[in-house]
Design a protein around this ligand. Structure first.
Ligand code: SF4
Length: 337
């Protein structure tokens, strides 16, 4: 049976595919589960603090569940460039489950040679080599171009692609739902459907730029129900690697998520200037260091002379609907834009 390579956040998926493993982004399993709160509770029962991030608890519970981990051949934790919690998570998982683990580090200084070395180190661990990974990277170019069409349609024809549809296509590209060929067919079918949908675009919808990590609650569908559409999914778009690059290592050096908030937001602001949303929602996760980045975002928007209304929303635990208090805040925000 083909084994899975499970990971905590986006890693060079080309390496996993080149090695013959099935890529599996643990975040997608956790957040799309029927009852993600049960994963959080399970982790707390195992000793995780109530005041630690729900995502890390969700990932731990997926990794610790025999229902999921029975076919995990390797667990990849990203420490440099993502979350310090992942350092300890890797140790707990190795100790409790015996799954083979690997730590991937995005080079701290965005140096292309160091990125190449890290990809080579990862490839060697996975039993493949750089050349095979580069071939997979070439093969994925077409699929990434199709994801770009979906993403661009979301702002060129507002409402033809819902914010949630775009979010799901982009966020799932960290592992292509385990099968890039199937995923590409799904993208092809969707692009065909968009040819019809474009005629029904609705420019009267309020256009929202969504910045921050993917949400743990259904913000996108809530906005749709209030006649607003997300036309820019910042981090999800980063996961999909839609920019052009000359090599696999360049692609990952241009990926903003592991790097400084200023680097990340400058790229996001360039998209905001192009897509011209009516408002910005900045999602932050409770107990996450990225909350502080809100200060940098607000300053950079000011430096660029962008006076677009901005609402920062903080969420703690997963839920299948937006609670009344937050719903009122979002509705009030939408009335102001
Ligand atoms: S949301 Fe923040 S604290 Fe939670 S896993 Fe992601 S980076 Fe870590």
């Amino acid at each position: 049976m083909q084994k899975k390579a499970a990971f905590t956040t986006t890693v060079p998926v080309e390496v996993i595919l080149a090695s013959g493993y099935i890529p599996l982004d643990l975040n997608n399993i956790f957040v799309s589960a029927e009852n993600p709160s049960a994963f959080v509770e399970k982790a707390e029962f195992s000793g995780f603090a109530g005041s630690s991030c729900a995502w890390i608890k969700g990932l731990y519970s997926v990794l610790a569940s025999p229902e999921f981990n029975k076919d995990f051949g390797v667990f990849i934790a990203v420490t440099e460039g993502d979350c310090s919690n992942a350092k300890v998570l890797e140790q707990i998982v190795a100790m409790e489950t015996g799954i083979r683990t690997f730590i991937f580090n995005f080079p701290y200084l965005r140096e292309i040679d160091k990125m190449r070395s890290e990809i080579e180190r990862f490839a060697e661990f996975m039993g493949t080599d750089y050349k095979t990974c580069a071939k997979v990277w070439e093969d994925l170019k077409n699929l990434r171009k199709k994801l770009k069409i979906i993403d661009e349609t979301s702002y060129l024809y507002p409402g033809s692609v819902t914010g949630e549809e775009n979010h799901l296509f982009l966020v799932s590209s960290s592992d292509f739902c385990g099968d890039p060929a199937e995923y590409e067919k799904k993208a092809d079918d969707f692009i065909k459907e968009l040819e019809h949908r474009k005629h029904f675009a609705d420019p009267s919808r309020k256009k929202i730029a969504y910045l921050g990590v993917p949400p743990i609650v259904p913000i996108h569908s809530f906005l749709e129900s209030r006649h607003a559409t997300v036309i820019f999914n910042e981090i999800q778009r980063e996961f999909a690697m839609l920019g052009e690059s000359e090599s696999i290592e360049e692609q990952y050096i241009n990926y903003t998520y592991p790097y400084s908030a200023a680097f990340r937001f400058e790229k996001a602001i360039a998209e905001i200037e192009k897509r011209r949303p009516d408002g910005i929602i900045h999602y932050v996760q409770s107990f996450c260091h990225r909350q502080l980045e809100d200060i940098i975002l607000r300053q950079l928007l000011k430096n660029h002379g962008l006076n677009i209304p901005l609402l920062t929303l903080e969420f703690d635990k997963p839920a299948n609907k937006i609670d009344a208090r937050v719903a009122t805040r979002i509705e009030a925000f939408l009335e102001t834009i």
